[in-house]
Write a protein that binds this ligand. Structure first.
Ligand SMILES: [Mg+2]
Ligand SMILES: [Zn+2]
Length: 188
């Protein structure tokens, strides 16, 4: 059995959504992030991040800034035993019409290619409609968190979000309950 994965949005889901974040000093974990991600790791899931970074395409910051912010996030998570297996980003603007800007499936495909998991068995967690969209477009189970833009996006994600919860802690609890249900189903 191959490892199952939880794909996570970055800004507004794991760390505070600062407008076009490019300074690693601005990276700050959201409430519930450490506890939720830790629980996901303890359940045996691999973790990877799918993030739209159109600030690169718009010329607001460069790829090195994206990597610096990702590295800072990893540095904040590591002391808690949380390791991200991959961070995949789209540097394009909507006008580029690329295949990797969420809700397009490209970033999920890159993650599948690199990590080798079945997207239909994966979870996609994020705070925006585009996050729910990439999950939907690839067969993943979608969870909207109300951190970041999540509360504002809740109404328009009525169709695309399978579950809605306050933060990553809540997301972990949902995944746990589904996980224990399916174990139950296998037994009976
Ligand atoms: Mg976000
Ligand atoms: Zn792209």
């Amino acid at each position: 059995m191959s490892k199952k994965y939880i794909l996570l949005d970055r800004d507004g889901t794991i760390i505070h959504d600062r407008h076009y974040l490019h300074d690693p000093d601005g990276v700050e974990l959201l409430p519930g992030a450490v506890e939720g991600l830790k629980r996901m790791v303890e359940m045996g899931f691999g973790l990877a991040v799918l993030t739209n970074q159109s600030g690169v395409g718009r010329g607001y910051y460069d790829e090195a800034s994206v990597h610096a912010c990702n590295a800072r996030m990893a540095e904040l998570l590591l002391p808690h035993g949380i390791v991200l297996d991959g961070v995949f980003h789209c540097p394009h603007t909507p006008e580029d019409k690329c295949r990797c800007r969420k809700p397009e499936p490209g970033l999920m495909e890159q993650a599948v290619e690199s990590l080798g998991f079945k997207p239909g068995e994966a979870f996609m967690v994020g705070d925006k409609e585009a996050d729910m969209g990439v999950g939907r477009n690839t067969g993943a189970t979608t969870i909207l968190v109300r951190t970041g833009k999540g509360a504002a996006h809740e109404e328009r994600c009525r169709e695309s979000a399978d579950y809605v919860t306050d933060d990553l802690c809540g997301a972990a609890a949902i995944i746990w309950s589904l996980f224990s249900e399916s174990k139950q189903a296998v037994k009976s």
